[in-house]
Design a protein around this ligand. Structure first.
Ligand SMILES: *Cc1c(COP(=O)(O)O)cnc(C)c1O
Length: 352
């Protein structure tokens, strides 16, 4: 199951794009990385990665984070005060997968809004903003997710974002982007990430997902914001020392890997189309826009049981609900392997 020594395992692992292993170029860059103590600001490779990330997003500054969770939670802490609300989509990563840190660390509560395919619009958001009455907890932040993981890698288009940025500006509210997979969104839309994120006050994106770096995410924003983020990262234990070893791989992830994401998207499409043909399955093909395929088993079919049977046949997937299964395509599963995985899935579904 594991990818020992950085070699992809023989199992077709479609649980997540987090399982991608470094490319040969990344291994070489890591071995040769120039390093220093980054807590002292002296790691030249980390400094280069941060400068490169800031430039790619058209911002003043960026900060290397060990995880995306730390990036999101640092941003939320900086944008809010205890006792406020953070508006987000009902199945957002900050709701389900970040250990209630919005309450534990920032002292805020989440005000969630369910949106079709996970795509929040200004119409949704404005209904979730608190009225400006002294006895109501006030909205402190709007947080979006693009692509939206648990909605199946769905994409929020630029026009929808522009309306949200304008509405939030009028309301005097900051907007954060959980852009763990923002390069997938940019690839799907054919829009540069700088343009797709222009109106956000802060952006977090991951190097460790489809971009295939072993570890790391970045938080991007104004110089003033990033200067305030650095001590928060240190509070959370995220002050890393010779992190240039990781940043060296991250630079390749940032510069070289976005352009191959359409390949992952085409493979997800192939998986989705094959699986959607099964009568046992409910799958919204229009929602498959990037590298994630989520489908539901009809008639209360048992997702965990299907995932266990797939695993026995060498295909790893995730049960993401009692009746829901997720496949995520990525660099370490090629087209032939996706075809095989689809074949196995179709056969096993038939045995229901
Ligand atoms: C993976 C992911 C993150 C960050 O996860 P870490 O495991 O903490 O790096 C944040 N948001 C979304 C939508 C993700 O998929």
């Amino acid at each position: 199951m594991s990818a020992a020594n950085g070699k992809p395992s023989t199992i077709i692992d479609l649980r997540s794009d987090t399982v991608t292993v470094p490319t040969p170029e990344m291994w070489a860059a890591m071995a040769a990385a120039e390093v220093g103590d980054d807590v002292y600001g002296e790691d030249p490779t980390v400094n280069r990665l941060e400068a490169r990330a800031a430039a790619t997003f058209g911002r003043e500054a960026a900060l290397f984070m060990p995880t995306g969770t730390m990036g999101n939670q640092t941003a939320i802490r900086l944008h809010t005060r205890p006792g406020q609300e953070v508006v987000c989509e009902a199945r957002a990563h900050i709701v389900d997968w970040e250990m209630a840190m919005v309450s534990a660390f920032s002292g805020c509560q989440l005000r969630t809004v369910a949106a079709q395919r996970g795509v929040l619009t200004w119409q949704h958001i404005k209904t979730a903003l608190s009225p400006k009455i002294y006895y109501r907890a006030q909205t402190g932040l709007i947080s979006l997710e693009n692509t939206h993981n648990m909605a199946g890698g769905t994409v929020t288009p630029l026009e929808v974002l522009e309306e949200i940025w304008a509405g939030a500006k009028d309301a005097g509210l900051p907007v954060h982007l959980d852009g763990a997979r923002v390069f997938n969104a940019a690839a799907a839309l054919g829009v540069e990430v700088a343009r797709l994120t222009r109106g956000f006050d802060s952006v977090m994106f991951c190097l460790s997902k489809g971009l295939s770096a072993p570890v790391g995410s970045l938080l991007v924003g104004s110089r003033e914001f990033i200067d305030r983020a650095r001590p928060v990262r240190k509070m959370l234990g995220g002050g890393m020392r010779q992190a240039g070893v990781l940043a060296a791989a991250g630079l390749i992830a940032l510069e070289e890997m976005p352009k191959r994401l359409p390949e992952d998207h085409a493979n997800a499409r192939l998986l989705a189309e094959r699986i959607a043909d099964c009568k046992e399955v409910e799958l919204d093909l229009e929602a498959v826009e990037t590298n994630i395929v989520i489908f539901t088993l009809r008639g209360q079919g048992d997702a965990a049981a299907l995932v266990a049977r797939l695993k026995q046949r060498g295909v790893a997937a995730s049960a993401v609900g009692p009746h829901a299964v997720r496949f995520v395509s990525h660099r370490n599963v090629d087209r032939a392997a996706c075809e095989q995985a689809a074949q196995v899935a179709v056969e096993e579904m038939g045995k229901g």
